[in-house]
Design a binder for this molecule. Structure first.
Ligand SMILES: Cc1ncc(COP(=O)(O)O)c(C=O)c1O
Length: 375
């Protein structure tokens, strides 16, 4: 493209069916795409209006904006998948729109309507179509943000808000560096505190000091302020080789709640249990979908308090979330004791993963109307 102007090169690249990405190398990290969607709510208009697609890039805001000073903000996460016939499917976008509305209400923010939300997501995905990975090789992760962007200095809700949607192609959340069948060669294994962890496996450490949510707090919504307060214990746990923390309830310290960005399930016999959502756990859309799929498989699905002790007796443990979909837990470590769980092709987690991703990519008939074909 040596003789083309910069603008012509950009246009040329955009016309190409697929972006120039090594799809097999994708992990869960930002790859900049072409466009983002921005829509504002102003004090004068008292509504979200004039949403537009703009080039992906940095945004400007007043240093006194509510998001920067007081964390008045929410985010969402959903995926667009390419089908075998190249069509593009969104997975349950209404659920994300409704969760953002619920969160906005708790955070004293106005929110876009469900239709505005879905329209923005669709436009963002279609404008970045060439970044939607080929069938079976990843997905386009869509990240809607809602933030207080008014010029308000005092501690009070912002006067103005911005709804912004951007997207990035993604692969595995916890990138798998080796296959399980590989022998335990040193380079594939982390050996810390005499414990062997295979890279790519989900090894959880129970956090019994720091709590992610409190009753009456914001654990049940995707407030931006829920995440960085756990960075310190999470970073420490990762330095020891763990993949994530498993948080306990703040009231009793004895029941499991969730991971830093995923829900958790345990299997015993024909019963699948997951902690009930009473405001301290995020009502995950993957969690909800998995509960329905598992019921359809004939399992008894329970939402209830799950004492950490019960986790020791589980036959299988798995986590769910948009980013990871469904992933078996290899081990849980609590107060120095490590319990290992069943992994691999025979697990229920694998069966659930195959069914859910089958529906998400259009491979399995979507009898429940969860997917939305947008192209
Ligand atoms: C704290 C937390 N729990 C659970 C989940 C899983 O939710 P979902 O399945 O809707 O992605 C997420 C991710 O969004 C999360 O951030």
């Amino acid at each position: 493209m040596g003789s083309l102007s910069k603008q012509e090169q950009v246009e040329c690249r955009e016309k190409a069916e697929y972006a120039n990405v090594n799809w097999d190398e994708l992990g869960f990290a930002l790859t900049k795409t072409d466009y983002m969607y921005v829509m504002n709510f102003t004090e004068e208009e008292q509504k979200f209006f004039n949403g537009t697609l703009t080039r992906f890039g940095n945004i400007e805001m007043c240093p006194s904006s509510g998001i920067l000073n007081y964390g008045q903000g929410l985010f969402e996460g959903l995926k667009a998948y390419r089908k075998e016939d190249e069509g593009i499917l969104l997975f349950r976008p209404q659920e994300n729109a409704l969760r953002m509305k619920m969160g906005a209400d708790r955070m004293c923010m106005p929110s876009p309507t469900v239709d505005q939300f879905i329209d923005a997501v669709k436009k963002t995905v279609l404008a970045n179509k060439r970044w939607v990975p080929p069938y079976g090789r990843g997905s386009l992760y869509v990240r809607p943000l809602l933030m207080g962007t008014g010029r308000n200095l005092g501690v009070k809700p912002s006067s103005d808000y911005t709804f912004l949607v951007y997207a990035s192609p993604v692969g595995n959340y916890h990138k798998v560096y080796c296959c399980r069948e590989a022998s335990l060669k040193v380079k594939h294994v982390l050996e810390l505190n005499n414990t062997l962890f295979l890279k790519g496996d989900l090894n959880l450490m129970v956090e019994d000091n720091v709590h992610r949510a409190i009753p009456g707090g914001t654990g049940g919504i995707k407030a931006v302020t829920n995440y960085s307060p756990v960075y310190k214990p999470l970073t420490e746990a990762k330095a020891k080789g763990f993949s994530d923390l498993l948080f306990l309830d703040a009231s009793t310290g004895s029941n499991i709640e969730e991971g830093s960005a995923c829900n958790i399930f345990i299997l015993k016999g024909n019963v699948i249990s997951t902690p009930a959502t009473h405001g301290t756990i995020l009502p995950g859309i993957t969690r909800k979908s998995i509960m329905e799929i598992a019921s359809g498989f004939g399992y008894q699905v329970e939402e209830r308090a799950i004492p950490i002790k019960e986790v020791f007796d589980a036959e299988e443990v798995f986590c769910t979330g948009t980013a990871m979909v469904v992933k078996s837990v290899a081990s849980i470590t609590y107060q120095g004791k490590r319990i290992q769980y069943k992994l691999g092709a025979e697990t229920l987690a694998q069966k659930l993963h195959a069914t859910l991703t089958g529906i998400q990519t259009g491979l399995i008939e979507d009898k429940l109307g969860w997917t939305m074909l947008i192209d």
